[in-house]
Design a protein around this ligand. Structure first.
Ligand code: SF4
Ligand code: SF4
Length: 717
């Protein structure tokens, strides 16, 4: 990856007493070091990629401390890494995106949680839920409950978040339960400060390794018969130990308020939004002092029934604010109150939206429903006007526009190497007929939006080939599976390729070999061209992914017999190869490697290089594409075949024509797709390719002068 985290790495070194300023996720990263972790691993994904990215770039400092950092192949391997803390008194942390990552990690998590850990373990899970989410809307709470994991959901305040990391390890050791620290998107990006403590170099580490392995202990395995004792221990020892720790260290917070007949129980992660909602309703000040008493659950599993009962019993009514469905926490609280014979009215999903992110407006509506019933008159009319004003503004905008605004779905980057593949697929389907496309997680999933609208299903990261196993035999035409190189290494090689080969499936797999796990932040993978290759490349502007043949060698080693590598930007060649794969007499697995370096990463790589050339006064040649407006017929077939954001429309300069013409605006990176599409689809000849030369040679200046003279002469004639 070309992005440098120099400042972030420097922040990790801050000593005791220094003040850290920055984002929540980096504060968590620093807190891991303050907690004395011996090892850190994970699989990147929004919103927690930053943790692992920074750790990987901080390797020299991690080596100083003796902290081992592992960029794991997937979340399952990250969860399995926590096995180090089963036998040894070492702290370890891993990170991934939930819910998808937790799904992948589930097997290892269950096998870890059953015997329980000796050293503290912490999973920093990015709760990718609500506005801005990119995955299925489910919650981690269910996993914590079913596997008996501690679930920390800290109030989004940097000091509190850092404290909860340190408590998370200690509580994990006190209860032998692995801990999960869930961070919502907003918590990862919340900015603030905290006073640092020194980082702790772990006693057992890569600098101070253990002399001997621990003695054999069958009780550390998750096999019968010990699984029965482990299950009993969860209930009788571990959960009570965690509950004692929560109370002893005041992990859940009680905030008083003058309206004592009512109360709110809220997940810690929702606290900031709740404060804002109360402030908008005139029930809190700008400094976080609310008029309604609150129990803030910085630990949402396990709950402490006595604490819940103590909070609820003196009140007439309590509202539980728990994001997402089902309402696990609300039901847990309900059971605690019922068992204690507490008659306090309990509300939750009956008065607030059942699903979706609890943003300030959603919370405010739920609070009004609750307070109108149990504390009438507490929400002034003027405060309600804010909600009504928002609704009115939206209605006014909709009325003024007449029609709803067109959606603006995410799109491939300008010049992305994956866009041409879908142009070629459109053309190939025009020849062979429509095919079922098993899509996957990754940048190529942008093709599910217009103008491609391609992809019948997405069943998980690296799962496209496996997901067509039931479809292929039912189709007259071959099915196409598409996955990225990130997905191939994450899961696709084993669940898809191995299975298809073993079963002799007649399948077509297209692998986008762009060199990185681009969708998660362009992290390196085993097939990324290494730094020495990038440095030694004569033409650094070219895609370099063909310099690493690990995917090809792996496929050949497994026995793939039909394997083609194609340059993505050669649309005609890609179209031919796809047609071959769909119609070939070969009935085994056919794999097409679509080669083209991620344009985002390529630009990051070449921009500093070009800036250096220009600074030294050296020659630089850049390619740009354009549309001759006099030739463009205005049918826009090129746009329907490309979708590049820099290929757009402008008014027709010909006063006799009404249709707008195509145009290429600034931002074109000269990827060549426009020309390739025009050629492969025999479109109109309106596209031109221009070479812009900075610091030209004396010969180029001479030729330019001559051409100018000839041009002027022709124009004069
Ligand atoms: S990040 Fe790379 S692979 Fe992803 S859309 Fe952008 S250019 Fe394409
Ligand atoms: S050549 Fe065409 S597709 Fe490529 S970046 Fe430029 S406008 Fe976009």
């Amino acid at each position: 990856m070309e992005v440098q985290f120099t400042e972030e790495v420097a922040q990790l070194r801050l000593a005791a007493g220094a003040t850290f300023h920055g984002e929540g996720i980096l504060a968590i990263t620093k807190a891991l070091l303050q907690s004395g972790v011996s090892y850190v691993g994970g699989y990147q994904g929004a919103p927690v990629s930053h943790l692992l990215d920074v750790m990987v770039q901080a390797k020299p400092y991690m080596d100083e401390l003796g902290v081992h950092v592992e960029a794991c192949a997937n979340e399952a391997s990250a969860a399995a890494m926590l096995g180090a803390s089963l036998h040894y008194p070492v702290r370890g942390a891993v990170t991934w995106k939930s819910i998808v990552g937790t799904n992948v990690a589930a097997d290892a998590l269950s096998n870890l949680a059953s015997p329980g850990v000796l050293g503290g373990t912490l999973i920093v899970s990015g709760e990718d839920y609500g506005e801005g989410a990119s995955v299925i809307q489910e919650r981690t709470q269910a996993f914590a409950m079913k596997s008996t994991l501690l679930l920390l959901d800290p109030r989004p305040d940097l000091q509190r978040m850092v404290d909860m990391v340190e408590h998370g390890f200690a509580m994990s050791e006190a209860s032998n339960m692995p801990a999960v620290l869930q961070l919502r998107i907003r918590a990862c990006h919340v900015r603030g400060s905290f006073v640092c403590r020194d980082n702790i170099a772990p006693a057992i580490s890569s600098r101070h390794p253990l002399a001997e392995p621990s003695a054999f202990d069958y009780g550390k395995l998750a096999h019968p018969p010990v699984i029965y004792a482990q299950e009993k221990r969860k209930v009788e020892h571990r959960i009570p130990a965690a509950q004692r720790y929560i109370v002893a260290h005041g992990l859940n917070e009680l905030f008083d308020g003058e309206h004592t007949p009512v109360g709110l129980i809220v997940q810690g992660g929702l606290y900031n939004s709740l404060q804002r909602a109360l402030q908008r309703l005139g029930l809190a000040d700008a400094f976080g002092t609310a008029q309604i008493p609150m129990l803030v659950l910085n630990v949402t599993y396990p709950l402490v029934p006595a604490q819940v009962v103590d909070f609820c019993a003196p009140r007439q009514a309590v509202l539980v604010l728990e994001e997402g469905m089902p309402e696990y926490i609300e039901k847990d609280i309900s059971v605690a109150l019922r068992r204690a014979g507490v008659a306090t009215a309990l509300h939750g999903k009956d008065l607030i939206d059942a699903q979706g992110e609890y943003n300030v407006e959603v919370l405010a509506r739920g609070l009004i429903n609750f307070l109108d019933r149990h504390l009438p008159g507490s929400v002034p009319q003027a405060a309600r006007a804010w909600l009504a004003g928002n609704a009115q503004r939206r209605a006014d905008v909709a009325r003024a526009l007449g029609t709803p605004l067109p959606p603006r779905p995410p799109n491939f980057c300008v010049g992305c190497p994956e866009r041409p593949v879908f142009s070629a697929l459109k053309l190939a389907q025009a020849a062979v007929g429509p095919v079922h496309v098993a899509a996957d997680i990754g940048c190529h999933a942008f093709a599910t939006f217009e103008p491609f609208s391609s992809g019948h299903s997405i069943l998980g990261y690296g799962m496209s080939l496996a997901s067509r196993a039931g479809v292929s035999p039912l189709m007259q035409r071959r099915v196409l599976s598409i996955m990225g190189d990130g997905g191939f290494w994450h899961n696709g090689l084993l669940t898809g390729v191995q299975s298809a080969l073993f079963n002799g499936d007649d399948a077509v797999l297209l692998i986008m070999k762009n060199g990185y796990t681009s969708a998660t932040g362009t992290q390196d993978i085993i097939s990324t061209p290494d730094d020495a290759v990038k440095a030694s490349a004569v033409d650094k502007q070219q895609s370099l992914v063909h310099k690493n043949q690990t995917i090809e060698a792996t496929l050949e080693g497994l026995g793939v017999q039909w394997l083609r590598s194609v340059d993505n930007y050669d649309v005609a060649a890609m179209r031919r190869t796809l047609e071959d794969a769909f119609t070939s007499d070969f009935t085994g697995l056919k794999v097409i490697i679509a080669e083209g370096e991620c344009q985002l990463e390529r630009q990051r790589r070449i921009k500093p290089w070009i800036a250096g050339l220009l600074k030294r006064g050296e020659r630089v040649q850049r390619v740009k594409y354009g549309v001759d407006e006099d030739v463009c017929t205005g049918d826009h077939a090129c746009i329907r075949l490309s979708g590049c954001p820099t290929l757009t429309l402008k008014d027709n300069p010909d006063p006799l024509k009404v249709d707008p013409v195509a145009t290429v605006i600034d931002g074109c990176v000269g990827c060549g797709l426009c020309g390739a599409n025009a050629h492969a689809a025999t479109l109109c000849p309106s596209f031109y390719r221009a070479e812009a030369i900075r610091n030209p040679t004396w010969f180029e200046r001479l030729m330019d002068g001559l051409r100018g003279t000839v041009r002027r002469a022709i124009q004069a004639a």
